[in-house]
Design a protein around this ligand. Structure first.
Ligand code: GAL
Length: 829
């Protein structure tokens, strides 16, 4: 489809290659020697000479199952950079795995596929160098056939060498994504070998274009039949195509087939629907390869007046940027942890994700496909000019084209993916010739997939316009310039703009400092949850973005920085110089980010409810702060309430302090945003009262059309007396991967949460599972994520347990000095 900047219409269907990746069943031949190639690896973190050698003695190495992140084990130490989490994310690490391949596999094409390895990987088979891949976020595959020892033992060795000062956040370290061994017949569909689009979706019918790559790695020509069957979610066949394909010896061919689905069910936000294309290749009536590609049917369009249209309906981005780590679980990918993150985001009202600032895990796109969340898939944080001394700029010249094309090939079938982002805050913005590289990367994207627009998150103004970079992407993202949206569109009538990064407000869950401050406190390493513009110099309260978007109806919406707190970048603590090659440890022990409305463990901070009040319609009301202020009796406390209803009435110990009307009553908050004068900012998104403190209870009651619809009450808690355990799921799968997330709360004798409790809780975990992680969301806690104990922070901590492969029950007892024990059982099936 041709590009038309003014009205870019993409109709497209998409497939999901990743979790589909290659089906490992090979019908015509024997099964794989190891059905889960993630198991049985050996690991050693050290610079070891000749560790790739066949006869190398690895008998003392640690046994690990992939995905594996060696750095999350810790310990935290201020000899490591706080900016990358205060954890050992750099150094050399080796992995080895022994496996055998039978003689009966001769003639197969054998390859190894990594979804990502952090980073600077070098792969060896039986002592021979196979290949390397510097970028830790990209998936890659190497052909091993030439060096496989058929009928005997094989050893694969992987050397990783993540460098210090190579990231601006915690990247993790190790083979942190899934790995699989593929044994293909010589005629097969190679990695990312399908590309599914829907050039026409009309009147309930969809034309589905399926491009299938077939490879013949043998020295003989082959007569093959490609059969593509499209099935709906019930497994019913809705379309099929058959093509005869003559494959030359040692050749690759792309076959295009056009199928029709009638009465098509569209993929949509919060309403996912996935079809699956089942491709098979037959030779002499025998299936020699099978490949499955889940995909969705939806149309996307971007235009100046309507903004972003999904299936013809306007959608505003209520988006979040997310780094890839899973908090206390580290960077090792886990499907359930990823799904939980995005479910929590959806409950806040999120409908869009920007995978800042790198290709996400395949699991993240699978989750977004399934939940119905649209995605900006981002490739790079650096181009040729570095932000950190050992950043991607060192590899850009040699690798950018392959990395970018591979990201698109891997992700182009996902219905969730709606834009390709070629960069975040790239420093080329400041260069007169910066547009050349922008154009080059933009052209690569269009060449690889012309069904989605490109974008960049720019953070300078007006540099990318003066230097013309902004004219060489399809959609312009602005980081932290909400007041420019209208101006940009007025000055550039063809331009479509959105907030690719917004707010960067910071806070610590459940912490309130009075009087309300708008500068971080350096005595505490905690930021107050009144949420008034504490952050880096470019930060501003969420309210300012809400306001700017209301005033700029053409803007597509926003992506807040960030959805979840992440490891590393503990702004506003630590250094602020992006070009520093020194350590960011001025405010140790802060080592995790404070930016998000949800903490590292997934517990909502107050700001979560501020977003919910803008982004959701199910009636809600929230009140802050907590109501335990022993030293404030009779003194004034500001009480804030967030609601999506019309008005809220506040009661303190049963006495009404009056109703406030949303949109009419304002709250004055201190503001320091760089675009505004320092001073007070009047927000209509928060309701507030000043009330004298007396212990007891505060209650907010929200009204809609004059009727009471929802309320929330917080009581003054007594002394900590008991522990409460609540699992997100009490029944999980017995597959050695599934997780249960257990919220641990410290309560008084009457069951009220103790908002300042920091009791140390010990966990005894027995039965069909084990500890996966603990955490409490305190960005300055140095407690290990891997010990069966943790201190509560603002009354709460998190325990994560993982199933084993044997079904049964995981039995957990939580205990603490002076508190009554609590127990919970998680069934595994
Ligand atoms: C942006 C940057 C993000 C993060 C954020 C913190 O400038 O793109 O990666 O550093 O600032 O406010």
């Amino acid at each position: 489809m041709k590009f038309n900047k003014l009205n870019i219409v993409y109709t497209l269907v998409v497939s999901i290659v990743l979790f589909s990746c290659k089906k490992e069943t090979i019908i015509a031949t024997t099964a794989l020697p190891d059905s889960d190639f993630n198991k049985g690896w050996l690991f050693q973190k050290d610079s070891i000479p000749n560790a790739e050698a066949v006869n190398f003695d690895d008998s003392t190495w640690e046994n690990v199952t992939l995905p594996h992140d060696w750095s999350i084990e810790g310990p935290f130490d201020n000899k490591y950079n706080a900016r990358t989490g205060g954890l050992p994310v750099h150094g050399i690490g080796w992995y080895r795995k022994h496996f055998s391949v039978g003689n009966d596999q001769k003639g197969k094409q054998i390859s190894i596929e990594f979804d990502g390895a952090m980073s600077n990987s070098k792969v060896y088979l039986n002592g021979k160098y196979i290949g390397e891949r510097p970028y830790g976020y990209i998936g890659f595959e190497f052909d091993l056939t030439k060096h496989i020892n058929f009928g005997g033992d094989n050893v694969i060795a992987v050397r990783l060498a993540p460098e210090d000062l190579s990231m601006r956040w915690y990247a993790g370290a190790g083979i942190y994504r899934n790995v699989r061994l593929k044994m293909n017949n010589s005629v097969h569909i190679p990695q990312w070998g399908t590309y599914i689009t829907t050039p026409k979706v009309e009147n309930g019918n969809a034309d589905v274009n399926i491009e299938t790559t077939i490879k013949n790695s043998s020295d003989h020509p082959a007569e093959t039949i490609l059969e593509t069957i499209i099935k709906d979610e019930n497994g019913t066949t809705v379309a099929s195509k058959t093509s005869k394909v003559l494959m030359e010896a040692n050749s690759e061919k792309v076959i295009s087939e056009m199928a029709q689905i009638s009465n098509v069910t569209l993929w949509d936000i919060n309403a996912s629907y996935l079809y699956t294309a089942h491709s098979s290749i037959k030779m002499d009536n025998t299936i020699v390869d099978e490949y499955q590609t889940p995909f969705g049917v939806r149309t996307i369009a971007f235009n100046k007046t309507d903004g972003f249209l999904l299936n013809g309906k306007q959608v505003k981005f209520n988006g979040v940027c997310m780094h890839h780590d899973l908090g206390p679980l580290g960077a090792a990918v886990n499907y359930r942890a990823t799904e939980r993150q995005m479910q929590i985001m959806q409950s806040m009202g999120v409908n869009a994700l920007r995978t800042s600032h790198n290709p996400p895990s395949p699991e993240m796109l699978e989750v977004c496909d399934k939940l119905g969340i649209v995605v900006i898939d981002e490739a790079f944080d650096e181009w040729k000019i570095g932000k950190v001394p050992n950043g991607y700029h060192k590899y850009f010249d040699d690798w950018h084209e392959k990395d970018l094309r591979d990201m698109i090939k891997r992700d182009r079938n996902h219905p969730s993916v709606i834009m390709w982002s070629i960069g975040n805050e790239i420093l080329e913005q400041g260069r007169k010739d910066g547009w050349k590289l922008t154009k080059h990367l933009n052209d690569i994207c269009h060449d690889q997939d012309n069904t989605r627009p490109t974008t960049v998150g720019f953070n300078y103004y007006p540099a990318p316009f003066v230097n013309k970079l902004a004219y060489h992407v399809d959609i312009v993202g602005m980081n932290y310039w909400p007041t420019t949206y209208s101006k940009i569109v007025e000055e550039n009538p063809d331009m479509i703009v959105y907030g690719s990064e917004t707010s960067s407000q910071t806070s610590s869950r459940g912490v309130y400092h009075l009087p309300i401050e708008f500068r971080e406190k350096h005595e505490t390493n905690h930021v107050s949850s009144y949420d008034v513009t504490v952050g880096p110099p470019w930060a501003y309260a969420p309210d300012i973005e809400f306001d700017a978007l209301e005033k700029s109806p053409n803007a597509l919406g926003e992506f807040i920085w960030t959805g979840f707190d992440y490891l590393g970048e503990p702004t506003p603590y630590g250094g602020r110089d992006n070009s520093t090659n020194g350590y960011w440890n001025d405010d140790w022990p802060s080592h995790a980010s404070y930016f998000a409305p949800v903490d590292l463990c997934g517990f909502p901070k107050d700001r979560y409810y501020l977003y919910q009040s803008q982004w959701t319609t199910e009636p809600m009301v929230h009140v802050l702060p907590h109501w335990n202020w022993d030293d404030m009796k009779g003194k004034t406390i500001p009480v804030y309430s967030y609601t999506n209803c019309d008005e809220v009435e506040l009661f303190v110990n049963g006495k009404s302090f009056g109703k406030k009307v949303k949109g009419k009553d304002f709250t004055e908050i201190p503001s320091e945003y760089h675009e505004f004068e320092k001073g007070m900012y009047k927000t209509k998104y928060r309701l507030s009262w000043n009330v004298p403190y007396q212990p007891g209870a505060i209650k907010v009651v929200a009204f809609k059309d004059g009727k009471e619809v929802v309320s929330k009450e917080i009581k003054t808690a007594g002394e900590p007396a008991q522990i409460k355990l609540e699992a997100d799921r009490t029944s999980i799968t017995a597959d050695g991967k599934d997780l249960s997330f257990i919220t641990v709360s410290v309560l008084d004798k009457d069951g009220n949460i103790c908002p300042k409790a920091d009791n140390l809780i010990n966990f005894k975990i027995e039965g069909a599972g084990a500890l996966a992680a603990v955490g409490n969301g305190d960005q300055a806690s140095l407690a290990s994520f891997r010990k069966p104990e943790n201190k509560a922070f603002s009354g709460k901590c998190l325990l994560v347990v993982k199933s084993s492969e044997a079904a049964g029950s995981i039995n957990i007892i939580a205990s603490s000095d002076n508190l009554a024990d609590a127990s919970i059982a998680i069934a595994t099936k």
